[in-house]
Design a protein around this ligand. Structure first.
Ligand code: ADP
Length: 396
């Protein structure tokens, strides 16, 4: 059974086609600059050269048309016909309180997702465009929505409620939702295998550290707290996002003449590692600058590590202990130094890393040593595979 995984951004479309009998990736690609000049779709199948399609793509539907033609192309295609696609799984950002799991898409799911557009204004409308375009192009193929918020719907009220007047929650649904749910779910399930233990009975902290970053406390396989909030701006310091700040800073600066939109842009696009270091939003550049003696780059990293460490501490308190800590995503999977520095401050958990294991990259493994009381792991995330698995389980 082949599952096509689609992730639509406002001007982009990422895809992967997986053969679910082996979970092998048959083809993948990315369309960029949709609706703009210079639109391009890059298509790749293992063992073949990348193919680039530089064609006008006014809408996501045109990008989908190009990718579907690429999938069945006689020279670089991987399918004989589009009928070999059994289901489509869509990554969808925000499901509000409507869905706590993935779901087969029907008119009601589309309506509910649309109601969440204002909470995910950059992503949800684009996700819906992708869903509608796929419905038009492949009307007989079942489609599934896999929401980034769904895994966090198991949070208890004391974790997801903000202490604002209760009617703000009732009227405007303002609460913590959390994101990266598909990634936290994937790595926590894999952690059970890596530790050789049933996930029921485990207390895990998943650290998704990429350009966007969030932590999740997972007890018995269920999320019980997470660091992002109503939007992905909350929690940790990120590439360009400030994470948690005193909320009074916003009216304070607005009173000084900053516009509300401007504040939003500053906090989402100009803050974080980029804002403090003044160097880059990419951790590699900032690590390099810090190693070269740049003090602001070092400060940016120090704030980042500190925030990760104190959030781990908070989640140990939330679960009354921890059995395993997982590092994942770009930085978590690749930055040996970051993992070392974060864990150096966790000796109270009886953590000691195995320097040889911690120097490896790219595979799921334990990086703590045999004497470590808490297991520390690196688990490469695979959101596409999680989406494909959820999709398969619903359409089988
Ligand atoms: P996102 O999916 O949120 O865009 P990723 O999970 O791809 O982000 O992570 C991107 C981040 O990971 C970048 O800031 C990048 O610098 C960092 N990263 C990737 N490889 C390394 C590495 N070897 N050392 C340090 N940071 C790395």
């Amino acid at each position: 059974m082949n599952v096509l995984v689609i992730n639509c951004g406002s001007s982009s479309l990422k895809y992967q086609l997986l053969d679910m009998s082996t979970e092998e990736v048959l083809a993948k690609g990315l369309a960029e600059r949709i609706g703009n000049e210079g639109a391009v779709l890059t298509h790749e199948a293992p063992g073949q050269e990348k193919v680039k399609f530089e064609e006008p793509m006014e809408t996501h539907k045109e990008a989908l048309n190009i990718l579907m033609a690429a999938l069945v192309d006689p020279s670089h295609g991987v399918l004989k016909s589009l009928e070999e696609i059994s289901a489509i799984g869509h990554r969808v950002l925000h499901a509000g309180e409507y869905y706590s799991d993935s779901i087969i898409i029907d008119a009601d799911v589309i309506e509910k997702t649309e109601l969440c557009n204002e909470m995910g204004p950059l992503h949800n409308p684009a996700n819906l465009i992708g869903i509608r375009a796929c419905q038009e192009l492949l009307p007989k193929v079942p489609q599934v929505a896999v929401f980034d918020t769904a895994f966090h719907q198991s949070l208890p009220p004391e974790a997801y409620m903000y202490a604002l007047p209760y009617e703000i929650y009732e009227k405007h649904h303002v609460r913590k939702y959390g994101f990266h749910g598909t990634s936290h779910k994937f790595v926590s399930l894999a952690a059970g295998d890596v530790m050789g233990k049933d996930i029921n009975g485990l207390k895990l902290i998943s650290c998704h550290l990429g350009n966007g970053a969030s932590l999740c406390a997972i007890k018995n396989g269920k999320a019980i707290d997470t660091s992002m909030g109503l939007t992905p701006l909350a929690g940790l310091v990120m590439g360009t996002r400030c994470g948690d700040i005193d909320p009074a800073i916003v009216p304070f600066l607005v009173n000084k003449g900053y516009g509300v939109e401007e504040m939003d842009t500053i906090m989402n696009k100009k803050s974080g590692i980029l804002g403090v270091s003044g160097v880059s939003s990419d951790f590699r550049d900032v690590e390099e600058a810090a190693n070269g003696g740049n003090k602001r780059a070092q400060l940016a990293l120090d704030i980042f590590y500190y925030r990760v460490r104190i959030t781990i501490g908070a989640y140990v308190a939330a679960m009354d202990g921890v059995d395993g800590i997982i590092f994942t995503a770009g930085l978590g999977e690749n930055s040996i130094t970051s993992r070392q520095i974060i864990c150096d401050g966790l000796t109270y958990l009886g953590i000691s890393l195995d320097p040889v294991a911690n120097s490896k990259r790219g595979e799921a493994m334990i990086i703590s040593d045999k004497n470590s009381k808490t297991t520390v792991m690196v688990i490469p995330t695979n959101e596409e595979l999680m989406i494909a698995r959820d999709t398969l389980s619903l359409v089988k």
